[in-house]
Design a protein around this ligand. Structure first.
Ligand SMILES: NC(=O)c1ccc[n+]([C@@H]2O[C@H](COP(=O)([O-])OP(=O)(O)OC[C@H]3O[C@@H](n4cnc5c(N)ncnc54)[C@H](O)[C@@H]3O)[C@@H](O)[C@H]2O)c1
Length: 296
């Protein structure tokens, strides 16, 4: 496999393009927005510079990696000779279904179509194509160049052959693929989101404050960061959306999002991306500053 197309040049798409290009694949990076493509390429260059400065790669490796990436705003042109597509566009069911119909028409017959979705059913996405056996989930973690895991999600119709190709391709990126089946939240978010929700419930009930909850989980459970800080990084809107998928998908009230989380999203307090969540962001300091609402 040589030719990979990545759909979406945002947070995840540029990271995915980066790791494929650095591993020697020819990458076509596709986005509807020219500005997103420019920003994506600038992010890749910046991340490669950081690796050069840390002497993890050479300046020549950086140039080779960037030379492996071509950008497109026209999807049909961007996937015309793809052997594998990794879709990493905005998380929206209708959008993903539309993109997969287009990909099915534009990509070569043998091309495997994968998606980086965090929460949408692979089987549902596969069902709008004429090649459901060649549709699979490749759930990379953020930041992609750093995180080792790729959760590989087998749709209802995905064949063993396609699964094996994707497992081997993930290993060729120096990642560790883990095979899981297609049920709401897959494995990563089915376990992570209830933990984050429980941390928010614990705060809401007044059992402990923001720093106390995060410190218990950091120092007591050896998590690299606390669940409230992690929620701020992921985006509280994203956490809420995934909890709704779990709640709807399993029909189990244990996934019901904490009313505090719902309120914060309604108030536009989305975490790092909006400047405030459980912590206040954008102070140019490494210290975590608890948001005013949660100060004692
Ligand atoms: N951000 C994370 O931590 C994370 C982690 C794992 C998985 N994911 C998943 O990855 C996917 C992308 O998330 P993100 O955080 O990179 O989003 P993002 O908003 O940063 O980027 C999405 C990009 O998709 C582009 N796009 C929208 N419609 C398109 C179309 N029709 N064709 C081509 N490009 C299009 C947008 O212009 C944008 O540049 C989502 O499915 C998300 O659930 C995100």
């Amino acid at each position: 496999m040589q030719n990979i197309s990545v759909i979406g040049a945002g947070t995840m798409g540029n990271g995915i393009a980066h790791v494929f290009a650095q591993s020697g694949y020819k990458v076509s990076l596709v986005d509807i927005s020219e500005a997103a493509l420019e920003k994506g390429l600038a992010t890749i260059a910046k991340n490669l510079d950081r690796m050069v400065n840390k002497e993890k790669i050479t300046a020549a490796d950086k140039d080779k990696t960037l030379a492996n990436i071509t950008t497109y705003t026209d999807m049909a042109a961007g996937v015309g000779n793809a052997e594998l597509v990794v879709e990493a566009a905005t998380e929206n069911v209708d959008l993903k279904l539309k993109i997969f119909k287009q990909l099915d028409e534009a990509a070569p017959e043998g091309c495997i179509l994968s998606t980086n979705t965090s929460s949408i059913s692979i089987t549902k996405i596969a069902a709008v194509t004429n090649r459901p056996e060649k549709v699979i989930g490749m759930h990379f973690m953020n930041p992609v160049p750093v995180m080792k895991l790729v959760e590989i999600i087998r749709g209802y119709s995905t064949t063993d052959e396609v699964l094996n190709v994707i497992m081997e391709t993930s290993k060729s990126l120096n990642k560790v693929p883990v095979e899981v089946n297609d049920y709401p939240g897959f494995v990563a978010n089915k376990i992570l989101m209830p933990m984050i929700n429980e941390a928010i419930i614990t705060l809401h009930e007044g059992t402990a404050g923001v720093e106390e909850i995060d410190t218990v989980m950091k120092l007591g459970m050896a998590h690299p960061m606390g669940p409230l800080q992690l929620a701020d990084f992921i985006g509280l809107d994203v956490c809420l959306a995934i909890l709704r998928v779990l709640q709807d998908g399993y029909g189990d009230p244990k996934y019901a999002p904490c009313p505090l989380l719902v309120n914060m999203v309604t108030a536009g307090k989305l975490g790092v991306k909006s400047g405030e969540g459980f912590y206040s962001w954008g102070h140019g300091t490494k210290d975590l500053i608890v948001a005013d609402n949660f100060k004692k």
